[in-house]
Design a protein around this ligand. Sequence first.
Ligand SMILES: NC(=O)CC[C@H](N)C(=O)O
Length: 421
Amino acid sequence: MNLAAKSISRRILRKSHNWKEALANVQLEEEITSRSLKKVLSKRGLEGRTFALFRGLRDRAVYSQAEIVEIIEKQSDFEQKRIFNGLTNNLKVTDWSTFKESCHDIYDEVKNLDVDQTSKLDCTIIDKNGKVKICRLPDYIPQLSEVDTSLFAVSICTVDGQRMHLGDSDIYYTMQSTSKPYTYGITHAALDDVLHEYVGHEPSGQAFNKIILDNDGRPYNPMINMGAIMTCSLVHHQQPLSHRFNYFLENYKKLTGSRSTLSCNMPVYKSELEVGFMNKAAVNYMMTAPGYFLFLVIYFNPFVQVTTEIQSIMSACLANRGINPLTGESVLPIRSVKRALSLMFTCGMYDYSGRFAFKYGVPAKSGVSGVTDVVIPGVLSMTIYSPWLSTHSSSSLLGLQFIDGFIKKFPYHVFDSKEFL
Ligand SMILES: NC(=O)CC[C@H](N)C(=O)O
């Protein structure tokens, strides 16, 4: 956009944002400090660290309203809109403090469930209904059985970038299969529906690592291992592996909205290459079909390490039509996001997908590291991490318990929508 057009757009924006009224709305009329402005936005779930504005304000300075408005108007149009919506509470969750308190209560109830560890790899947990749930760590990947099983984190990010973090939200884990919806979205953005000449869209009804192809000789869907390996292998398959690694990592980085890149947990990655016999068998089994260019080594996405704070932003892009709610960047086309959410809804929890959709009615994806990702389209994402996997669902038990409490408190089940009831 040339300078003239930019200044016109700023004047239009300035006219559309009545900053004086917005700041008065939150009693910020004179002697405004970085701290007082940050505090107002933070009360509504908007973290100061997600605004470039505060990097330009001096901590101890006192600004007049005119000075603050002048500095705000130097920010990007997207950030100005975020600040204005924060000051006027034009946000997806308008009563943030009550919402946060309810989530805290659900978290505390789940955190206090009775866990009886019977061996290094096994425990029983008495769930909220008093039922005994048998849980186990996934020792088929040795590193995943070496984790602190007491870790329990929940991060929530709304489509307006309102964020909440409960428990161990700064602890890193490997995404494992919760990487698959992002990988699918990135691949679909590159190939569109041609992708589905190689991968189906049907639930397999089987465990995630089952070696089985559909009647057309394709993996059933992109959410199981065979489908994810195939999906990864399709992007730029004539390019060098380094290019293909970077292609995914760069797109993952856009989903995080961060300026720093993501990294792989190499011990977990190497151990899976070493002991991932089922995946190796899957690659060979798929190689029998013509035209498959498979490299198990490109199936590295599960080993990208994140925290729930980071991953909840990535999934908030899925909730927000492919647009990063913190940067405003359009990372994935809505066409690909729609398909990714449909596949999460029907296949994301593997052979627990039907029961999950029946009970909770929202798109979700589980991972053997103990992470569960939930997307409530147009509203928010929720990333939950707790290593104990229920043997019943191969999903994090505490994750499922938190989701159960959340959906009971906030009726986001797709068939609880106001249009339906
Ligand atoms: N469900 C999962 O998270 C499985 C992912 C794991 N990397 C595997 O290939 O087995």
